[in-house]
Design a protein around this ligand. Structure first.
Ligand code: ZN
Ligand code: ZN
Ligand code: ZN
Length: 467
């Protein structure tokens, strides 16, 4: 890619233009992000301003714009502020800037075309085209979670909780945590990290507690604060009047050393509670939610997801095979397990099919050919399945089939046929179409007390029986 057109965006009308020595005279001078969006010939932009706020505003507008979200964006100066995230630096010369833009655009050109990008796509494509980018957390004392991810905020369509968004991307495995920066504890009620830890009386919950030393009289067993034993410079028990001369022989120090000034309760340890400064709720420290604050990066799975595009539609062909939703499927299975325990003659089987390398296949073949391949496979699968069998999907690439009145040995025959079907799929370069098939037969594989959920997690855990 040569000679890409890069615009100069004057983001602040009151400022003189920067004079980058080698900037081409042909670079379009634009006044707003809207103007930039209307110029598909401009493939990158230099945001020309010395105002941090103006730069931040311009970059954010671009990153949530369906067409500008992955565009190379350069700054006149770095500002040295985390708020101005999701940019490609402040190159010293136009030559460096143009080269960087070409590198980014070259990587973006390897991705499947997309009309308008949603916030997930935009972020993942941005990370993909800027290898090595780290989504770094920044400490921020007035933020709800004490940390923020400015780069995620730049891409978030709404400024709702970017931590929830990060959690969902981590959960899907498209981002992975890197260096752990910190860990915060959150209010279980509102999620705020603004907590005040306060010790209080375990009896009346009052906070006016004092550390006091208590003495324990061996003669009568009296336990009382040390000052109550003082008699004319010596120690004497206020209850039995014995003289306390030798610690260990006449008396010792009691373990209890806190006393509540309100209810006089004595204790060894006050109770500690976390008071939420945002919602005013008191929570025990062990009930606080823990949140790891880590640097985030694009994972291998994320790179694959970006390169193969959204796979939902490709997997969805499997939903045509007597599909029921996962909840209904689980209820049916629970009902059949219950039936099986009552009536000894009940048999049924469960078959799980997982397509392990479909994302790689989509990258290798392209979406259209991969979709065709999946449709062909689903069609052959349909011919093997009876109308009484029901199916569901537990993960995007995991497909479950419930086979009523089918004992283990019969289900194994079906399993082997499906395996054969997968082996017959022809891919270029003799690549295999990798499927894992796992079988659960009732009552053969039943473990006492097992419910549908436990059966699902057993099938989802890889061990023996991998197909
Ligand atoms: Zn008290
Ligand atoms: Zn005494
Ligand atoms: Zn709270």
């Amino acid at each position: 890619m040569e000679n890409v057109r890069i615009a100069i965006l004057i983001a602040d009308a009151n400022q003189a233009r920067s004079e980058m020595a080698d900037a081409p005279a042909s670079a379009p001078i634009l006044r707003s992000v809207e103007e930039l969006a209307a110029r598909p010939d401009c493939r990158g932009v230099l945001v020309d301003t010395l105002s941090r706020e103006a730069a931040e505003r311009a970059v954010r507008t671009m990153r949530v714009h369906p067409r500008l979200s992955t565009m190379p964006v350069f700054l006149r100066t770095t500002f040295d502020a985390p708020e101005v995230a999701a940019v490609d630096g402040a190159p010293a010369s136009w030559g460096i800037l143009a080269r960087k833009a070409v590198d980014i655009l070259d990587l973006l050109a390897t991705l499947p075309p997309a009309e308008a990008l949603d916030q997930d796509d935009a972020l993942l494509r941005f990370l993909f085209s800027r290898p090595g980018t780290v989504i770094a957390p920044f400490q921020c004392y007035h933020c709800e979670k004490l940390y923020r991810y400015p780069l995620l905020e730049a891409f978030a369509q709404t400024q709702d909780d970017t931590f929830i968004w990060a959690g969902s991307l981590l959960g899907r495995g498209v981002l992975e945590p890197g260096r752990l920066v910190s860990r915060v504890r959150l209010c279980p009620s509102c999620g705020s990290a603004h907590l005040n830890y306060i010790d209080r009386c375990p009896n009346c919950k009052g906070i006016d507690i004092r550390q006091t030393f208590f003495l324990h009289c061996f003669t009568c067993g009296n336990v009382a604060p040390q000052e109550e034993y003082h008699r004319e410079g010596a120690l004497q028990c206020p209850k039995c009047a014995s003289a306390l001369r030798h610690i260990g022989a006449d008396y010792d120090r009691a373990l209890e050393n806190y006393q509540c000034r309100s209810c006089r309760h004595i204790c060894t340890e006050p109770e500690v509670v976390a008071m939420c400064l945002d919602c005013d709720i008191a929570a025990a420290p062990e009930d606080l939610e823990k949140l790891n604050i880590a640097e985030l990066t694009l994972s291998e799975k994320g790179r694959l997801a970006v390169r193969s595009g959204n796979l939902q539609s490709i997997y969805a062909v499997l939903d045509q095979l007597n599909y029921v939703n996962p909840d209904y499927f689980a209820r049916t299975l629970d009902w059949m397990l219950g039936l099986g325990l009552r009536y000894k003659e009940t048999v049924f089987s469960l078959l799980q099919l997982r397509m392990d390398n479909l994302p790689e296949i989509v990258v290798a073949l392209g979406r259209a050919r991969a979709a065709l391949l999946m449709e062909t496979f689903a069609e052959r699968l349909r011919r093997l399945i009876r109308t009484t069998d029901v199916s569901t999907r537990t993960a995007e690439n995991a497909f479950l089939l419930l086979l009523p009145h089918t004992e283990g040995a019969k289900a194994e025959i079906l399993r082997d046929r499906i395996r054969k079907l997968a082996e017959d799929v022809e891919l270029p370069d003799k690549k295999p179409f990798q499927v894992s098939l796992r079988l659960y037969a009732f009552p053969r594989d039943y473990l006492k007390g097992e419910t549908a959920d436990l059966v699902f997690s057993r099938l989802a855990t890889p061990d023996r029986e991998r197909g």
